[in-house]
Design a protein. Structure first.
Length: 576
């Protein structure tokens, strides 16, 4: 982790120097602020006094987000809603933070936005009136933000609250001497790397709730040995509460531009929060490693299947997912071993089986298709060795069956959404079906054409059955209004599938396909519910061909063929 941190420090210094070299020549600068070189010299002076303080500032996640955004604006690669001088002026605020941390006397002008001044890594000073530029000063170790006759005095402890001042606060988790204490950033405009947002201060109650859940989540992380908890704690700098909602799993995200930052949706219990921390820490570490060591060449085309996402992904994204889910697999393997018998252990076994299968499939794609460097091959083979230990671990029958079905479910939906058979060859298949002749000798070639996707409902039902068997039984019996997360009432066929009643599920999915032949989730459910045989094998291996021939015949004849009979007919050629 120290090596990765050193690399990120070098990266930030290179970006910062590039900005200072480029900015003075831009015609829109410096605006009402001093030259960027004035802020640069203050940074140098602060670093001479306190190198560690300035290093921490350089590695602050919002500084990385701002540096990348600002350089893109200076080069004309990105637009912005605020004047360019104000964006560049974050450098002046950064220099003020450095000087404050170093304890040197100074005076510097900084920009105002959202009726205040953000001092990176320290806090936000609220300005009571309209202003574009104010001054930050420190004399005899007393600091203030000055705006005309008004001033905001900064507390000696910058994380504290004071009149007109929001200090950046921390969350803290500790278990068996392993500590993780990231900032909980609710004020910096660059804290959310997906968009610029103003301060959204957590109330005392909201912050206490975050602290309680984080403490519980960190205890779960610190207990598991397969992804070093100390390494996770060392790379988590800030947690950013965001309003984004993801389904069926809670929202979390990280970015190579924001080293150490994790965005988190608020509706997460301790277990979901723990897995999100493991997942995003893996992303953070791998992004920092790839800044230092090339692992993969090219691989930017979004054409590959990722078992954890329904949209096609580039190989670089696949590598990120494999490493992240390797960590999550290790987490659930340990939870399966530790959890009490019953729903908790069944849930952990399901997540373990699901994540190891997803990781294995992604790893096979990388080893088959990625142009790896020698270091990249070594890296992937070490991941393969770790994963091999987990692939042979036994899993109870029900969690294993649900996980295996969901792996097939995801792949079928992806192929039906994004793979398109060659139109000319497809027409020959459709004609052969209409004429009641044997299908062509070879399946048509396919191409990737990304299309809109939707979230699958069956994973949530599988988890509900394992976590709360009694509640699932009531839901299936009609005693529940919707899914446990507040979604719409689930489809009867999906409930029957989750319950293991494949005969009832098959009838339901047949009805859904008949009612709406473009219901891709119903096609996938049909494949999951069919008994072993040619039709099932075909829908698992060539679902896009079955759907495309069904659509072609339906368009020509006005009515679609029986989907199971069609899949069985296609399988006479594809099953080999």
């Amino acid at each position: 982790m120290a090596e990765l941190r050193s690399g990120q420090r070098s990266r930030a210094m290179l970006l910062l120097r590039a900005l200072v070299d480029i900015a003075p020549a831009h015609p829109a600068l410096p605006g009402p602020l001093p030259s960027p070189r004035h802020a640069w010299h203050l940074l140098i002076e602060a670093e001479r006094r306190s190198p560690a303080a300035v290093e921490g500032l350089l590695l602050h996640p919002t500084v990385g987000v701002w540096l990348n955004r600002c350089l893109r604006r200076l080069r004309g690669l990105e637009s912005g809603n605020e004047p360019l001088w104000s964006t560049v002026g974050y450098l002046h605020a950064m220099a003020a933070s450095a000087a404050l941390l170093a304890g040197i006397d100074f005076r510097i002008a900084v920009p105002v936005r959202d009726r205040g001044v953000m001092l990176p890594a320290l806090g936000f000073a609220r300005i009571p009136h309209e202003a574009d530029v104010v001054e930050v000063v420190m004399t005899d170790r007393k600091a203030a933000v000055l705006s005309g006759p008004h001033s905001v005095t900064l507390p000696a402890d910058f994380s504290a609250e004071a009149p007109g001042w929001y200090g950046l606060r921390r969350l803290r988790g500790e278990h068996r001497g392993i500590v993780c204490a990231p900032l909980v950033d609710d004020i910096d405009p660059y804290r959310d790397f997906l968009r610029i947002r103003g301060p959204e201060r957590l109330t005392d109650g909201e912050r206490a709730d975050w602290q309680e859940r984080f403490d519980s989540a960190w205890r779960l992380v610190a207990q598991q040995p397969h992804v070093d908890p100390g390494g996770i704690g060392a790379c988590l700098t800030s947690v950013v509460p965001v309003p984004y909602v993801a389904w069926p799993e809670p929202f979390s995200a990280s970015s190579p531009e924001a080293y150490g930052c994790v965005l988190l949706g608020g509706a997460t219990d301790a277990l979901a929060l723990a897995t999100a921390l493991v997942h995003e820490a893996q992303h953070i570490k791998l992004s920092a490693l790839m800044d230092l060591v090339p692992l993969i060449e090219h691989g930017l085309e979004e054409v590959h299947y990722a078992p954890w996402r329904l949209d096609p992904r580039p190989l670089r994204g696949l590598l990120q997912g494999v490493y992240a889910f390797l960590g999550v697999t290790g987490f659930w393997q340990d939870r399966m071993r530790r959890a009490e018998a019953g729903p908790a252990r069944s849930t952990a076994a399901f997540e373990f089986a699901l994540r190891r299968a997803q990781t294995s499939a992604g790893l096979r794609t990388l080893l088959s298709h990625a142009q790896l460097t020698p270091t990249g091959r070594e890296f992937l083979h070490r991941l393969e060795e770790r994963l091999a230990e987990w692939l042979v671990r036994p899993v109870p029958a029900l969690p294993g069956r649900l996980a295996a079905d969901l792996i097939d479910d995801h792949r079928i939906v992806h192929r039906m959404r994004h793979l398109r058979p060659d139109p000319g060859q497809l027409a020959r298949w459709a004609r052969a079906w209409r004429e009641r002749t044997a299908p062509p000798r070879e399946p048509p070639g396919t191409s990737v054409r990304p299309a809109p996707t939707e979230a699958l409902t069956r994973p949530a039902l599988a988890r509900h059955r394992l976590r709360d068997p009694a509640g699932f039984a009531r839901l299936r019996a009609g005693g529940g209004a919707g899914t446990p997360d507040g979604g719409d009432a689930p489809d009867r066929a999906d409930l029957d599938w989750a319950a293991g009643d494949t005969a009832a599920a098959l009838r339901g999915y047949r009805g859904r396909v008949e009612a709406d032949p473009e219901d891709i989730a119903a096609w996938a459910g049909l494949a999951l519910s069919l008994p072993a045989g040619t039709a099932r094998t075909t829908l698992l291996s060539h679902p896009e061909l079955v759907l495309a021939v069904h659509r072609e015949v339906r368009t020509a004849a006005g009515t679609g063929p029986d989907p199971v009979s069609l899949a069985r007919w296609i399988g006479t050629r594809t099953r080999r």
